[in-house]
Design a protein around this ligand. Structure first.
Ligand code: ADE
Length: 220
């Protein structure tokens, strides 16, 4: 599996990719991540990737031609099952179920929009799908790309801890997220003793599992 991220701010990803589990997983060869500077596909000496909107209005619009060329070239590097995603607040909502679905692809190309928007022809003819990570407007697609990268990559065996680590919490189409506690058993917060629920100290695994199901929430 490979992730290709097209952005005008490649350095945003540097430290993120150098840290933690993502770094380890890349070193183990579980997946590959390539960050592409869109300006590489700009045609003029100034490496212009945006222009004024037709019809007037505020702000700049990302040009479709460098994006088209970038996607075309990057697609050739991947194998068969590929998906081209354009991040926009208008897109289909990203969910856990969607992450599971994306984990079945061999190449995910993510286009990070910036400025006031992206020429509509990218959504219509270049991307397979427009995606939003939530009902709010960000300044660009870079954070959404990290969100998708992280949530999809943690589904691969060997990325998150032991093999059965995800298995225990996995339910149909999603994950059971339940409250967790660790030591100390007793903790004074504002003069009150805030202790760990007794069931977790009981050693009764059946009861613990029931409690987790009851208190947890299934994320789909
Ligand atoms: N670009 C700006 N806001 C966004 C959002 N909420 N999701 C995806 N891409 C975006």
């Amino acid at each position: 599996m490979r992730f290709d991220i097209i952005t005008i701010f490649p350095s945003i990803f540097e430290s993120y990719l150098k840290e933690s589990l993502i770094k380890k997983a890349r070193e183990k060869g579980i997946f590959e991540v390539y960050i592409h500077d869109l300006r590489k596909w700009a045609e003029d000496v100034h490496q212009t990737v945006d222009d004024k909107p037709f019809g007037g209005g505020n702000g700049m619009v990302m040009k479709p031609d460098p994006i088209y060329k970038a996607v075309k070239e990057i697609k050739r590097k991947g194998s068969s099952k590929k998906k081209v995603i354009l991040f926009t607040p208008r897109g289909k909502k990203f969910t856990q179920r969607k992450a599971t679905n994306l984990s079945g692809y061999r190449q995910i190309i993510m286009i990070c929009g910036r400025y006031e928007g992206v020429d509509e022809r990218v959504a219509k003819y270049i991307a397979d799908e427009e995606m939003s990570i939530g009902n709010y407007v960000l300044m660009g697609g870079e954070v959404p790309a990290m969100v998708v990268l992280e949530s999809v990559s943690r589904l691969f065996p060997g990325v998150v801890g032991r093999k059965d680590f995800l298995g225990k919490r996995k339910v149909k189409d999603g994950f059971l997220e339940y409250p967790r506690y660790t030591r100390p058993e007793h903790l004074k917060i504002e003069e009150k003793d805030r202790k760990v629920p007794a069931v977790l100290l009981s050693g009764n695994h059946k009861k613990i599992e029931e409690w987790r199901k009851k208190r947890g929430k299934i994320i789909k």
